[in-house]
Design a protein around this ligand. Structure first.
Ligand code: STL
Length: 396
């Protein structure tokens, strides 16, 4: 290994919120003197959005530190989490995620030859793995499994059994992927603890856990929500839509606390510049109109934040800078998609566009009056539009 252990440890843990069992990592680097083996898992559910840049900057750090990094495309987890990905499409989504992750890393100049991709179903359907799920089911209580998944598995009114199996499998993945450490967002913490508490009872070793902070989205309260399309930006979003979404982001003058735009600069733009241009490099250009002071470049995130706090920089100008920065980041990904037939096929088959049920214009129903059989039932079924048409007819 070319990177010295202290430097490697520094890179591996840079910008993290929390590390569980750091001594496991230090022992590998300093005593065993070999590359750290770690994995990051992602479940191929909806399309990956701009938030994906955040774990990618950490994968870059791990690779730079000489680690052996595996990306787990957890296809069966995507299925087990309330069928967010149906089995028929999940393999295409896994491909879509793989190609997206590779495109992001390439776009920020990260060498990916050493990065390994593994699909969950390639080993999770073996008899060894199945038997281990059963062994684990005999040592973990229903309550523990339920609590472990609380921040990760979608919470619904009538929870399915799959939500209890999900955390057990994630713990077992650490053994089957033969890693020293697992990396994830701090939302994975309870599952990480479940793994630490139980793997040894199965005769497997305890792993270290590395956790990224959760990065706020663009909505008010910093939430990225599936139901609010403006709170998330797709990695293949058109530049105009990026502008539109950024313009609708919550951003109040002088408020640097609840500000998804500043968070994006801090957690995405700044680390990517360090990857591309070396540590300490920060350059954030805003094409500000002349009447508001003209174009301006900030050379540290703190300066940018301070200017916004003192209201020397207005929300519309910050939005211009962030939208332009996002478009610079997305351009190479969009280009890769446009030039890669496999990528396009993965999108078409992984995310088939639902054919709208009613493509025809709503037909006015014949006015049969309200005394024929089935009249009441039909009234329940018709759309608002049809109801209005019927009412209009009746008034005639
Ligand atoms: C998501 C979103 C996300 C992370 C994950 C899932 C993680 C899934 C996973 C599954 C199995 C593992 C490890 C991680 O072994 O940000 O929907």
């Amino acid at each position: 290994m070319t990177v010295d252990p202290q430097e490697a440890y520094g890179l591996i843990t840079k910008n993290l919120q929390e590390v569980l069992n750091p001594q496991i990592i230090k022992n590998v680097l300093e005593v065993e003197k070999r590359p750290l083996k770690l994995y990051w898992g992602t479940a191929p559910t909806g399309k990956p959005h701009c938030g994906y840049f955040v774990p990618m900057t950490k994968l870059a750090d791990f690779l730079k530190a000489g680690c052996e990094v595996t990306v787990l495309l957890a296809d069966l987890h995507a299925f087990l989490d309330n069928m967010k990905a149906p089995l028929e499409v999940v393999q295409y989504r896994a491909k879509y995620y793989e190609l997206t992750i590779k495109a992001i890393l390439r776009s920020i100049n990260v060498p990916i030859e050493k990065l390994k991709f593994v699909t969950g179903s390639s080993y999770q359907l073996t008899s060894d793995y199945t038997l281990d799920i059963f062994r684990m089911a005999n040592i973990v209580s229903q309550n523990e499994a339920k609590r472990a998944g609380a921040d990760v598995v979608k919470q619904v009114a009538n929870p399915l059994l799959s939500g209890l199996i999900y955390p057990l499998m994630q713990a077992l993945d650490e053994h089957f992927l033969d890693c020293d450490a697992q990396f994830g967002g701090v939302d994975q913490r309870k599952i990480f603890v479940l793994a630490e508490e139980n793997l040894q009872s199965l005769g497997y070793k305890k792993r270290a856990h590395l956790m990224n902070p959760m990065v706020p989205g663009l909505g008010q309260g910093g939430k990225m929500s599936a139901s609010d399309p403006n709170s998330k930006i797709d990695l293949l979003e058109e530049p105009k839509i990026v502008k539109k979404k950024i313009n609708s982001a919550f951003c109040s003058p002088g408020n640097v606390e609840e500000n998804g735009l500043l968070s994006f600069v801090q957690y995405v733009v700044a680390p990517i510049q360090e990857i591309k241009h070396g540590s300490g490099h920060f350059e954030f250009f805003i094409d500000r109109p002349e009447k508001f002071g003209g174009p301006i470049t900030f050379n540290s995130f703190e300066d940018l934040k301070q200017a916004f706090k003192e209201e020397k920089l207005s929300p519309p100008d910050l939005k211009t800078g962030v939208a332009d920065a996002i478009n610079v980041l997305l351009a190479p990904i969009r280009e890769e998609f446009a030039n890669n037939a496999e990528y396009k096929e993965a999108q078409e088959k992984g995310y088939p566009v639902a054919v709208p049920e009613k493509t025809k214009k709503a037909k006015k129903p014949k006015n049969k009056g309200s005394r024929y059989p089935g009249a009441a039932k039909q009234t329940e079924q018709v759309t608002e539009q049809l109801k209005e048409a019927t009412l209009a007819d009746e008034k005639k």
